[in-house]
Design a protein around this ligand. Structure first.
Ligand SMILES: Cc1cc2nc3c(=O)[nH]c(=O)nc-3n(C[C@H](O)[C@H](O)[C@H](O)COP(=O)(O)OP(=O)(O)OC[C@H]3O[C@@H](n4cnc5c(N)ncnc54)[C@H](O)[C@@H]3O)c2cc1C
Length: 418
């Protein structure tokens, strides 16, 4: 696009309508209900919510207790609630070493430590909500070209449509096109691991326990899932597996027969949930840590995986992305509330101002930095067989179970309160 006027102008354009982009759009639509002059919002999403959608694939993810609270505040959780399987207890262990600990909801006075949801199902619900909300949805449509101007970004979509955004939000994932178009850099650490993700059936019901087991090859997590029709059942024995391995091992295990895979899994995990009896489709993901040192640009902010893509070891990717979303909404809300009460004042409100973009950066810095460094530490610490580290982490896990008060800060991190 040269400099010609775009056909439609928006206050906020969100590129990417998966977990981060959709929750941001719905949260902003909710904020609009309290404004006399609502913000105009558009979402550009390349895929419809079907099997081909990369953001709403066969993964199940754990949404921490704190994130459920945030989704409720944003008015989004009520529509998703029926899809959740509660996690009541978490068991953490270290294969071949004596370290193990538990986190339990009851002593913390909670109904659940978090909820497990299947992204494909969440995608269908969020997509429907986006269609019903007062939002312009360009879908399926891709951002092709971006032209930063003083007062707005000019965007060209793949069908030639041109639009402008006072504030551009990149929620377009790990390989963010917005980041590439703006020549912004991201730092990448390759952990030399891939994750195999699959649904498995076990001989014993899981009773809403989640498991995290650190093995010689990498961490292995099992999340409880509900039975068919989205109904959480006490007797359910379906679990979602994320198993981090060396890439060649992951490639091998992705191809072996179901029986061979189940045997290898049994060897790595043991019999805490009884025998593994079935495995569904296996999918592999390369595991890298991609982070933008400064997830902002002129009239532009980055949220979710576009700002940082984490290792799934601690189940923090969306939980952190959601805190980006909440952080941005809070900054916009605060700016709107500071002396902009009349319609006339709201008409001149510039949601992409440098002040708002920098307030977002400041609001997110500490949480991003500490979450990213904690996860890097966990991945390196628990993938290592160097004996002082092994001893250290075993003692650490054991101490945690001997000294319950110490569990609270750990639980708070796991549950997304920090
Ligand atoms: C195996 C695994 C397990 C995980 N488990 C957990 C967990 O337990 N808990 C947790 O919190 N997190 C977990 N995560 C992380 C979580 O899944 C992600 O952080 C989250 O789904 C990312 O959402 P996002 O919207 O930021 O990005 P994405 O899902 O990458 O979405 C980006 C969107 O942008 C769209 N897009 C891209 N380019 C364009 C373009 N040019 N134009 C228009 N649209 C575009 C894409 O179609 C896509 O819909 C896990 C991840 C993996 C891989």
């Amino acid at each position: 696009m040269s400099g010609t006027s775009p056909s439609q102008e928006f206050d906020i354009v969100i590129v990417g309508g998966a977990m981060a982009g959709a929750t941001l759009a719905l949260g902003l639509a909710n904020l609009n209900h309290s404004l006399s002059k609502p913000l105009s919002i558009a979402v550009i999403e390349a895929h419809q919510a079907d099997d081909s959608h990369p953001g709403f694939d066969a993964r199940s993810i754990a949404i921490a207790h704190g994130s459920i609270f945030a989704l409720t505040q944003l008015g989004i959780w009520p529509a998703l609630k029926h899809l959740g399987t509660p996690i009541n207890d978490i068991h953490v262990s270290d294969r071949g070493h004596f370290g193990m600990t538990e986190l339990n909801a009851k002593p913390l006075g909670l109904d659940a430590l978090g909820q497990v949801v299947e992204l494909a199902k969440v995608g269908s619900v969020l997509f429907e909500e986006l269609q019903q909300a007062n939002i312009k949805l360009f879908c399926p449509a891709k951002l092709n070209q971006l032209l930063p101007k003083t007062d707005a970004h000019y965007l060209t979509l793949d069908d030639g449509t041109t639009i402008s955004a006072k504030l551009l939000v990149a929620a377009d994932g790990a390989n963010s096109v917005v980041r590439q178009q703006l020549n912004q850099t991201a730092e990448q650490i390759d952990f030399g691991q891939s994750a195999i993700v699959a649904n498995v059936e076990t001989a014993k019901p899981h009773h809403n326990w989640a498991y995290e087991r650190f093995t010689e090859t990498g961490p292995l997590a099992l999340l409880p899932m509900s039975h068919v029709n989205g109904q959480a059942s006490e007797a359910s024995a379906r679990m979602s597996l994320v198993w981090a391995l060396a890439p060649e091992q992951a490639a091998h295990l992705a191809q072996v027969s179901d029986a061979e895979f189940l045997q290898q899994l049994q060897n790595a995990f043991g019999y805490r949930v009884g025998q593994f009896t079935q495995v569904g489709k296996r999918v592999t993901y390369p595991l890298t840590l991609t982070t933008m040192p400064r997830p902002i640009y002129h009239r532009c902010v980055f949220v979710g995986n576009a700002a940082q893509t984490l290792h799934p070891i601690a189940g923090q990717g969306f939980n952190l992305g959601l805190r980006d979303v909440v952080g941005l909404i809070e900054v916009i809300k605060a700016a709107l509330q500071s002396g902009l009460s009349s319609v006339a004042e709201q008409s001149t409100f510039d949601v992409g101002s440098s002040a708002i973009v920098h307030q977002y950066l400041a609001a997110r810095q500490q949480d991003r930095d500490s979450t990213i460094s904690n996860i890097e530490f966990l991945v390196r610490g628990f993938s290592n067989q160097y004996w002082p580290l092994v001893a250290g982490r075993s003692v650490g896990l054991r101490l945690l179970s001997w000294l319950p008060p110490l569990k609270r800060p750990v639980a708070e991190i796991a549950m997304g309160w920090r």
